[in-house]
Write a protein that binds this ligand. Structure first.
Ligand code: AMP
Length: 396
C-alpha cells in the first residue's frame, strides 16, 4: 500500500479529500484553524515532490443546495497564508470550471473546489458524481478523518476510480496509527476513561473496550445509570431507566473478563442544572432527592488519577462532569492533568471522540497528550470496532 512517504507525487495531480469544515465569523474569517493547519503537511509534501494539489471538502450543512454563506471561497485566502503559495478556486466541484482549472494546474500549484455538499449527490454517494470528481486528478488522497465514517462520494465512492493510486494523507495515517497503538497493539496496562452524558451512546464503545482493556473508568452523567443499577440513590441525576439492564450486563461482563471497572464514589451535587446552583459533596450512591450529580468528587478524582497513572496506554472519551460550567469542571480538569502526567512518564495517551477533545483544549493540555483526535463521530465508530467506509475504500 502507498504511503505519503513512499509515494512520489512528481508530475501527479493529487485529488485530496480534506476537512475544511471550519467555523467562520460574520466577515468569513476562519475563527479556529486547527483543521486547516492539520492538512498542511500533506499538501506541502505533494507540492515539494513536484505534484499539484486539488483540494475538496464540505463546509456546513447546505443540504444539497448552493448556499453562498457556506462557500469555501474565503478559505482559499486563508490557505494561501498557511501554504505560502497562491490557491486557485473553482466555482463548482465538478463541471467545466473545475475541469479546466484542474487540467491547467502546473507542478507546485493548488486548486480548491467549491463545497461538495452543494450537490445532493455527495452525501448520497452517487456513482456518476464520484466519477466526475475522479476525473480531476490521477491519484486520490484521503486526509479527512472526521468524515471517514461516512460513505459519501468524496470520502469513499471516489476511491474505486483509483484502483492503484490511492492513499491516506498524513493526518489520517496519524489517526490510524494512534488508534492502532490503543486498540491493536497496546502497551499494558490499557486504561479507558469513558464519560459524557449518555450510556446509550457509549454501549458499543464500552462493549468493544471490555474485550481489550485492563481497567475502565466510567464518569460523567452516564455513571449514574450504573450506580442506580447497583442499587444506589442518585437523586435527580441524569439516568437512562431503559438502560439499567444494559449497565448491569456491562458490569457483569467486566467481572467475567477480569476487567477492573471503576465508578465514582463521590459527587459534586447541585440543586439545579446551572453554574450558580447551590452545591454540596456527597457519596455518589447516596444523593438526596432534588439534587443531581454534575461532577465527580475529590475522592473519585484521587482514585481515578491513581488508575490513570499506573496505565501504559490511555484512551479517553467523554468528560467526567459538566465541564462547560466552571462549578463542575474540576473533575474533568483533574483527569486531564492525570492523563498529561502519565504521558510525561511514558504512557501513550489518545483523547478522542467529541467533548473530551474540547475539554483538553479548554484546559490548555492538548500539547501534553500523545494524540488528540480530529474525528468525533469517526473516532467513536472506530472505538465501537466498526470498519469505517472511508478507510476501507482506500485499503481495498
Ligand atoms: P457526550 O456527548 O455523551 O460525550 O456527553 C458530553 C456531555 O455530557 C457534556 O456536554 C457534559 O456537560 C455532559 N455531562 C457530563 N457529566 C454530566 C452529568 N453528571 N450530568 C449531566 N450532563 C453531564
Amino acid at each position: 500500500m502507498h504511503t505519503m512517504d513512499n509515494f512520489n507525487f512528481k508530475g501527479h495531480k493529487a485529488l485530496i479529500r480534506v476537512d475544511l469544515n471550519v467555523p467562520l465569523d460574520a466577515q468569513f474569517n476562519v475563527t479556529d484553524d486547527n483543521r486547516t493547519r492539520a492538512i498542511v503537511p500533506t499538501v506541502k509534501k505533494i507540492l515539494k515532490d513536484g505534484g499539484s494539489a486539488i483540494l475538496m471538502s464540505h463546509l456546513g450543512r447546505p443540504k444539497g443546495k448552493v448556499n453562498p454563506a457556506m462557500s469555501l471561497k474565503p478559505i482559499a485566502k486563508h490557505l494561501e497564508g498557511l501554504l505560502g503559495v497562491p490557491v486557485q478556486f473553482a466555482m463548482d466541484c465538478i463541471g467545466p470550471d473545475a475541469q479546466s482549472k484542474a487540467a491547467g494546474l502546473k507542478p507546485g500549484e493548488v486548486l480548491l473546489l467549491e463545497n461538495l455538499r452543494f450537490h445532493p449527490e455527495e452525501e448520497a454517494g452517487d456513482e456518476a458524481f464520484s466519477k466526475s470528481l475522479s476525473l480531476l486528478g490521477d491519484v486520490y488522497v484521503n486526509d479527512a478523518f472526521g468524515t471517514a465514517h461516512r460513505a459519501h462520494a468524496s470520502t469513499t465512492v471516489v476511491a474505486k476510480y483509483f484502483p492503484e493510486d490511492k492513499l491516506f494523507g498524513y493526518l489520517v495515517a496519524g489517526e490510524l496509527s494512534s488508534i492502532g497503538k490503543v486498540l491493536e497493539d497496546p502497551q499494558k496496562p490499557l486504561c479507558a476513561i469513558v464519560g459524557g452524558a449518555k450510556v446509550s451512546s457509549k454501549i458499543d464503545v464500552l462493549k468493544n473496550l471490555l474485550g481489550k482493556c485492563d481497567e475502565v473508568i466510567i464518569g460523567g452523567g452516564m455513571a449514574f445509570t450504573f450506580i442506580k443499577a447497583q442499587g444506589g440513590k442518585i437523586g435527580s441525576s441524569l439516568v437512562e431507566e431503559d438502560h439499567l439492564d444494559t449497565a448491569k450486563a456491562i458490569l457483569a461482563e467486566a467481572q467475567d473478563k477480569g476487567v477492573m471497572l471503576h465508578l465514582p464514589v463521590d459527587a459534586i451535587v447541585a440543586d439545579a442544572f446551572t453554574d450558580n446552583a447551590n452545591t454540596d459533596l456527597c457519596a455518589a450512591n447516596a444523593i438526596p432527592e432534588g439534587w443531581m450529580g454534575l461532577d465527580i468528587g475529590p475522592e473519585s478524582i484521587k482514585q481515578f488519577s491513581t488508575v490513570v497513572k499506573r496505565a501504559k496506554t490511555i484512551l479517553w472519551n467523554g468528560p467526567m462532569g459538566v465541564f462547560e460550567m466552571r462549578s463542575f469542571q474540576a473533575g474533568t480538569k483533574a483527569i486531564a492533568e492525570a492523563v498529561a502526567d502519565a504521558t510525561k512518564y511514558g504512557a501513550f495517551s489518545l483523547v478522542g471522540g467529541g467533548d473530551s477533545v474540547a475539554a483538553v483544549n479548554q484546559f490548555g493540555l492538548a500539547e501534553r497528550i500523545s494524540y488528540v483526535s480530529t474525528g468525533g463521530g469517526a473516532m467513536l465508530e472506530y472505538l465501537e470496532g466498526k470498519e469505517l467506509p472511508g478507510i476501507a475504500a482506500v485499503r481495498a
